[in-house]
Design a protein around this ligand. Structure first.
Ligand code: DP6
Length: 373
């Protein structure tokens, strides 16, 4: 397998005394890391296909830091599809989960049709047990890692041969940003031009090994669940923001090209300028939504001021902030500047109201490297 996921596929017990076919259980476990976009996805071209109004680009973080681990199992004895996330049962009757189940089962069915000796896993109900090692739904891209691990675990259970890009088409239907978590390193989700969403997929722009010194510091300002979900927020923005068409049609396409160039050239200053500008543009269209959406709070804005101050003192861009659909800050920097950046973040944020003695939790994350195909 071409990815670095930890996978275990076990065959069913087959002792004649122990296992009647109805008690057979097949399972596989996969992990998927969080990714943090530097060019943001915000807006759906089709809610049914979950295709975006603009392409986006992200860095996948190390799964040693932030990840979802999911075990997928199936058995003729299971009565319904089910999902437990961090120990609590979650509904899977929603269209997104159903779309992922249906597509993965269809791929497995095609495999079973070709090879009649395979067990008919496509006909069995699925149980998924999933755990995050970070706050769920607090703007820390939990749905990205969640749906990527969901799709990867079932694909491994079914022993599918599809490439990460092909699987990204399925993960996208669970949650848009999830398609990017099927790759490590620097990943683009190309919006595609087809009406059926077939070419709306993730591709790796560069592996982690291309620029291994880049780091992300996560400032957990709040681990509370976000007020406005990404899905409803972006639909409101598309429907009401007058700034939005310019962002989606003009600003982001140019930024995608510039960001790919900055990454190819390992040009941190351009990477930083583009990252910060795109985060601000995304939060600007949120503010321009009716009614306005506020994801950042006073502590988030304090983090921006600290980063601006770090860059001013350094005389160049050594740190770049970005915020998703929540108040938590992600600060990208190069390893060579770790002491300056983390030192200043710790010092500069110590007195910020709302950041109590135990906050912010600053975690320095490495980018994720997947094995080459
Ligand atoms: C701000 O991927 O959570 O994090 O497709 O509706 O599930 P759905 O949205 P989701 O949106 C993520 C938005 C973002 C930007 C990004 O990750 O690109």
């Amino acid at each position: 397998r071409s990815l670095g996921f930890r996978v275990s596929v076990e065959l069913p017990f087959s002792s004649s005394t122990m296992a009647a076919p109805s008690t057979e259980i097949f399972h596989a476990t996969a992990t998927a890391p969080v990714n943090i976009a530097v060019i943001k996805y915000w807006g759906k071209a089709s809610t049914k296909l979950n295709t975006p109004t603009n392409s986006s680009l992200s860095v996948t973080l190390s799964q040693d830091d932030l990840r979802t681990i999911t075990t997928a199992s199936c058995s003729p004895s299971f009565e319904s599809d089910a999902l437990w996330l961090n120990g609590a049962a979650h509904d899977v009757s929603n269209a997104r989960s159903q779309a992922c189940f249906a597509e993965l089962r269809a791929l497995r069915k095609a495999k079973e049709d070709k090879d009649q000796s395979l067990p008919p896993l496509s006909t069995y109900k699925l149980h998924l047990i999933s755990e995050n090692n970070f706050p769920t739904a607090a703007g820390l891209a939990s749905s990205a890692a969640g749906f990527a691990a969901f799709v990867r675990a079932i694909a491994d259970l079914y022993e599918l041969d599809e490439s990460p890009t092909e699987l990204s088409r399925i993960a996208r239907q669970g949650s848009g940003s999830a398609c990017r978590s099927l790759f490590g390193g620097f990943v683009a989700w190309e919006k595609g031009s087809r009406n059926d969403g077939y070419d709306s997929v993730a591709v790796q722009v560069a592996p982690e090994s291309h620029w291994p010194t880049i780091r992300a510091a996560i400032l957990v300002i709040s681990d509370a669940k976000k007020g406005v979900s990404s899905t409803s927020g972006m639909q409101a923005t598309v429907a009401t923001s007058t700034l939005f068409p310019n962002r989606a049609n003009t600003v982001v396409p140019a930024r995608m090209d510039a960001m790919k160039k900055a990454i190819a050239e390992k040009d941190f200053e351009s990477f930083a300028d583009l990252t910060m500008a795109d985060s601000n543009s995304f939060h600007a269209v949120c503010l321009d939504t009716i009614p306005p959406i506020f994801y950042m709070n006073d502590a988030s804005r304090a983090a921006i001021r600290v980063v601006e101050e770090i860059n001013r003192c350094a005389g160049k861009k050594v740190a770049a902030y970005t915020f998703d659909a929540g108040p938590n800050a992600v600060i990208y920097y190069d390893e060579s500047n770790q002491d300056i950046v983390l030192g200043a973040l710790r010092k500069g944020t110590a007195d910020v109201p709302g950041w109590t003695e135990k906050q912010p939790h600053i975690t320095a994350c490495l980018p994720e490297g997947f094995n080459e195909a």
